[in-house]
Design a protein around this ligand. Sequence first.
Ligand SMILES: [Zn+2]
Length: 486
Amino acid sequence: MIRIALMSAALVVCTTSSIAADIDNLKRDAWSWLDTQTQVLEVANQNIWSYAEIGLAENKSSKELQDLLIDNGFSVESGVAGMPTAFIATYGDSGPVIGILAEFDALPGVSQAASPVPTLGPNPEAGHACGHSVFGVGSAGAAMAIKELIASGAFEGTIKLYGTPAEETGIGKVYMLRAGYFKEDDVILNWHPSDQNRASYGNTKAIANVKFMFRGSAAHASAMPWSGRSALDGVELMSAGVNYMREHIKPDARIHYVITKGGGQPNVVPPEAEVWYYIRADTFEDVTSYFGWIKEIAEAAAKMSRTELEAVEIQSEIHEMITVRALSEQTHKNLSAIGAPKWGDQEITFARTTQLEFQDPFGRIISDDTPALATHIQPLPDEPTPARASTDVGDISWFVPIGGLGVASYGYGLPTHSWPVVAATGTTIGTKALVTAAKTMTATAIDLYTDPALMERVKADWRKSRGDAPFETLIPARQMAPVSVR
Ligand SMILES: [Zn+2]
């Protein structure tokens, strides 16, 4: 219920336009309040960015966000769904209930300093190459601003900030959902660092995250190789089979792998080997079908190498995103009202340098008229944009309407999971992006708390888009989250 509406009704002087003006004032107050928090948010990002902890090991990063939220009056439940770094921060005890998602995991092998040229970063093992440090802090900022409004009596409701670990392996939200979280919320909001400013209205790919373990037997690789069986042969034959399979799958499919165990040294026939696959397609049905095919290839590879396919371990599996037009429209309106981040000369030079440095080994990726940093808001497309990557936000979208946005956080045209993203998100470029994201999510939440008709439209759009297909999963029943991602 909106208090301003109730007060106005009592005075019998209220008009629709005066309510709209009140809502605009609430948003402006929230944006000003967020401006006063910029330094606090910047420090939190600097810390999480420097820790650069990979999935399920985000101990310091998770604590940084939890402490920030506790300092701002939230009650925090930590270590939820069997994951020590997963947490839920809550403020309020009435409806509507809005959740905001925060991610904070880094990527292995992409260390980078806050420098526009390739330079090792504070954690030599990993870096925030998907920008999840700014993601987490921007989301926390939005939750803090909304809490201020609820605390001041501007409207009634509950705000929840979900600390969701290990997004890069599609684990955090999937296992939190399996533990029963998210499902009671009215709407969930999130954002993601991008090279552009846009309300999300796009599909994402379904994905299975699977490890295949082969068992052979060790023997001297020169003296008596006929006495050994190489588990690595099993892995290599399997991947050769999968690479032949590629010709006969739909173009939207993506299959990639890394060999996580391949033996100790060349003079020992490897007795164990492991290959880690991500199997993606635009729909859960196609991922299920490709997974079945790949499992048969693995079994055949074990036969060919006279080894054993010891285990097929599904770490996680994620569904494609259910889009919600009404939420995308509202987010677009708010982002357009706030505007793109305003970049200074130093930031523009920094981003341009990363573009030029990055394209050097790969050939030209920018032209002279490519902007260094996005300065406008992309129009909202009529139809959802095609899926490129995956996110574990997808699974939640099958149970609750999800709205989101992207904000320019690094040089235009650069790919995520690359060093320039780490570099830029560790500077004021990242700070400006996260504040813009926080303002947009706050404004959309204000609309949802204060306009029951909008909330209804959002739910109706979601129901239409969702349909009534059952939610099935490849993850075995009762399986808990893994303890580590590697
Ligand atoms: Zn990401």
